[in-house]
Each structure stands twice: as structure tokens, then as C-alpha cells.
Design a protein around this ligand. Structure first.
Ligand code: NAP
Ligand code: G4F
Length: 335
């Protein structure tokens, strides 16, 4: 029988790729969108009516119950979050409400409506924070370094708690950074590839960044949503690290992105204290052995390939934006 999946955060980077993947696998896919005054569907617009949209919010438990009762999903993927780390210092309570308590609201709703639903929680390598060992695996002690990381630790442990208390199929993926041309513009990788493309096109002269020494384990988002699905197909619910097992510095990402466009980043990049965080996560590198061994999951895109994909996409985007701008300027000059 055709399975139904319910995705929160469907308008985000991962939600859009996961919806595509599950639709291709023959699922009925229902995505939750929260009420906003502008349309946030840029990443899922191309899916048209193949994706069912429902209205709800992780802040509102009643809306979650209503969706579960009416859509009757077999699987729930909880990807919604206030996911931008710097914002979590300025909006710590809101981040706790959405990214932390939002998980409990969803777990409560599942428990009450249908405890047989399989639940995936989007946990994160940010939970390792001031990393207690290298590389980090499922047993590495957690030491979050931001309100976002702390909220995710709470959601992670509530998921395990519901699994152990009620025998629910509640699983987590501890995902290391994963990127794509659909990454939000405020995150480091995309900020860099987009700015480099604009600089190469003569539209911008500098790029202001924070700490260039931090190291991250960066992978390709479509690989990681495949991992999410595999986590919910396992015989038993568990927790899995999804990572490449390689780490690279911010500086290396910047240097290679600029070089891909024939530029030397040193001519354009300026350090700006505004982008330095109150506390940094210095070194993340994951050990994905458990996911390899039990889920047969492996990332397929290398660090260099990821940079090439994102630089090419932003080069094309900048060219398209510039062409549109010129057409509008011409029309304005005529009328
Ligand atoms: P993203 O692009 O920032 O998307 C976040 C999604 O959450 C958006 O659809 C957003 O909706 C939605 N959302 C925010 N607040 C909400 C609320 N109160 N109620 C309902 N929906 C709400 O994030 P992502 O990169 O796709 O990441 C997906 C999940 O994985 C997040 O939980 C993130 O914390 C986690 N994660 C990400 C990474 C990574 O490297 N990308 C790594 C580990 C874990 P709007 O469009 O309306 O804002
Ligand atoms: O791209 P970032 O903002 O991602 P960060 O903080 O690692 O968090 C992302 O990955 C997590 C998984 O580990 C997710 F849970 C989370 O939701 C999010 O998707 O920053 C990466 C690094 C940081 O060390 C930051 O200090 O880049 C450094 N950085 C330096 N200058 C900058 C900048 N980051 C941003 N966003 N902007 C800068 O100007």
C-alpha cells in the first residue's frame, strides 16, 4: 500500500529534497507550511500539486494533532527548526520554543493520535559543540555551544525518551553540515559561493566574514535526505551520525570557491567582528561507520565536487538575476 509521509520544514533546504525523494519513491507526501505574509515556497514550487500542503506550526500543538488526524501519516520527518546558529543568541527563547519544545509537541501529538507512526528527528552535529573527542560518533558526549545547540540537545533527548518510555519508533539523525544550491544565503557556504559569483561578475567588491579557522564536515544535502529515509526503514529505531568523515576549514571553502572563478579570495575577503560568534564550534568531523554498516549509507559527493556544484549554480543564478535586472531597466527607460 502507498505510504504517507508528513514533513515539517518542507520549505527548507532539506525538506524540499526529502519531498522530491519520497515522491520519487511513490509516497504520498504532505508538507507543513506555517502562516507568513510572503510566499515561502521557492524551493518546492516545482513540485506543484504532487506535494500536498497543510497549514501548521511547531509552536501550536493543536495544529500538529489536526494534521496527524486528517492526513494519517505512516512516517513523520521533523525538519522544522530555527536553524541559523547566530540568530539563536538574539532569539534564544524563540529558538528553544521551536527547535526544542517543538519536538515535544510533535512527539506528544504522535503519541496521542497514533503511536505507531515512525518519527524522524533532525538532530545535529552542533550538539557536539566543544567536541569531547575526534571524530564524533553516536556515543560522543554532547557539549552544545549555542542556544540552538542546547535546544537541539533537548529535542534529541526527548526523542530518545519517547522511544524508551512508550516503545515508539522515534529515531534521530545526527547530521553534520550539508549544503546545496538550495542552502539559505545566510549560511557560510552559500554566502561565499553567491558573493564570489557576484564579485566575478563585477557586481560586488568585497565579502565580509567572521571566523575563518573553524572546521566543518561538509556534505551534499540530497545524500543526507536519503540517509533520513533509511533511518526510518531500519528494523529498530536508533540514532545515527551522517557525515563524510572529512573536515575542512572555512578558509579552505573560501579559497577554493574563489579559485573556481579564477579569483584570489585575499583580494576581496574582509574579517568583520559582526560575524564572529559569542562562542564557536571549532572542529566538527563525524564518524559515519554506524550508518555505513547498518543502513548501507554513504555520501556520494566530495568536498571539491560540492564546491563546484554550488559555484556553478550561483554563477548561473547571478547571470539570470543580472539579465532580469537589465530587462527591467530597459523597460523602465522606455515607459
Ligand atoms: P532550513 O533551510 O533553515 O529550514 C527550516 C525549516 O523550518 C523551514 O521550512 C522553516 O519554514 C521551518 N520552520 C521554522 N520555524 C517553524 C515553525 N515555528 N513551525 C513550522 N516550521 C518552521 O533548514 P535545513 O538546512 O533544511 O535543515 C533541516 C533541519 O535539519 C533543521 O531542523 C536543522 O536544524 C537540521 N540540521 C540541518 C543541518 C544542515 O547542515 N543543513 C545539519 C544538521 C541538522 P519557513 O520557510 O517558513 O521559514
Ligand atoms: O554555515 P554556518 O552558519 O553553519 P553552522 O553554524 O555550522 O550550522 C549549520 O550546521 C549545523 C550542523 O553542524 C546545523 F545544525 C545548523 O542548523 C546549520 O545548518 O557556519 C559555519 C562556520 C561557523 O564556524 C561560522 O562561525 O562558518 C563560520 N563563519 C565565518 N564567517 C560564518 C561566517 N558563518 C556564517 N553563517 N556567516 C559568516 O559570515
Amino acid at each position: 500500500m502507498r505510504k504517507t509521509a508528513f514533513i515539517t520544514g518542507v520549505t527548507g533546504q532539506d525538506g524540499s529534497y526529502l519531498a522530491e525523494l519520497l515522491l520519487a519513491k511513490g509516497y504520498r507526501v504532505v508538507g507543513m507550511i506555517r502562516r507568513t505574509s510572503t510566499v515561502p515556497t521557492e524551493r518546492i514550487y516545482h513540485l506543484g500539486e504532487t506535494l500536498e500542503i497543510v497549514s501548521g506550526d511547531l509552536l501550536d500543538e493543536k495544529s500538529l494533532r489536526h494534521i496527524l488526524e486528517t492526513c494519517q501519516p505512516d512516517e513523520v520527518y521533523n525538519l522544522a527548526a530555527q536553524s541559523f546558529v547566530p540568530e539563536s543568541w538574539t532569539q534564544a527563547v524563540l529558538t528553544g520554543e521551536i527547535t526544542g519544545l517543538g519536538v515535544t509537541r510533535m512527539l506528544n501529538a504522535i503519541h496521542d493520535v497514533n503511536p505507531h507512526i515512525r518519527f524522524y528527528q533532525a538532530s545535529t552535529s552542533e550538539m557536539f559543540g566543544k567536541a569531547q573527542e575526534v571524530p564524533q560518533n553516536e556515543r560522543t558526549p554532547l557539549y552544545p555551544r549555542s542556544p540552538y545547540g542546547a535546544a537541539k540537545v533537548y529535542g534529541h533527548w526527548m526523542t530518545i525518551n519517547f522511544r524508551e518510555s512508550y516503545g515508539m519508533f522515534a529515531a534521530t539523525g545526527i547530521l553534520f553540515n550539508h549544503e546545496s544550491p538550495r542552502r539559505g544565503m545566510e549560511f557560510l557556504t552559500r554566502k561565499v559561493t553567491y558573493a564570489a559569483a557576484r564579485i566575478a561578475a563585477g557586481l560586488q567588491t568585497e565579502l565580509r566574514l567572521g571566523n575563518m579557522d573553524a572546521q566543518r564536515d561538509w556534505g551534499y544535502a540530497p545524500d543526507y535526505v536519503e540517509g533520513m529515509w533509511r533511518i526510518l526503514q531500519a528494523d529498530e529505531p536508533s540514532d545515527y551520525v551522517l557525515a563524510t568523515g572529512e573536515t575542512h576549514s572555512v578558509r579552505e571553502w573560501v579559497e577554493k570557491s574563489f579559485r573556481a572563478l579564477g579569483l584570489d579570495y585575499k583580494d576581496y575577503v574582509v574579517t568583520d567582528p559582526r560575524f564572529v560568534r559569542p562562542a564557536e564550534v571549532d572542529l566538527l568531523v563525524g564518524d559515519p561507520c554506524k550508518a555505513h554498516n547498518l543502513l548501507d549509507w554513504k555520501p556520494t559527493v566530495t568536498f571539491d565536487q560540492l564546491i563546484a556544484i554550488m559555484v556553478e549554480a550561483d554563477k548561473a543564478l547571478v547571470a539570470e538575476q543580472e539579465a532580469t535586472r537589465q530587462v527591467i531597466a530597459k523597460l523602465r527607460s522606455i515607459h
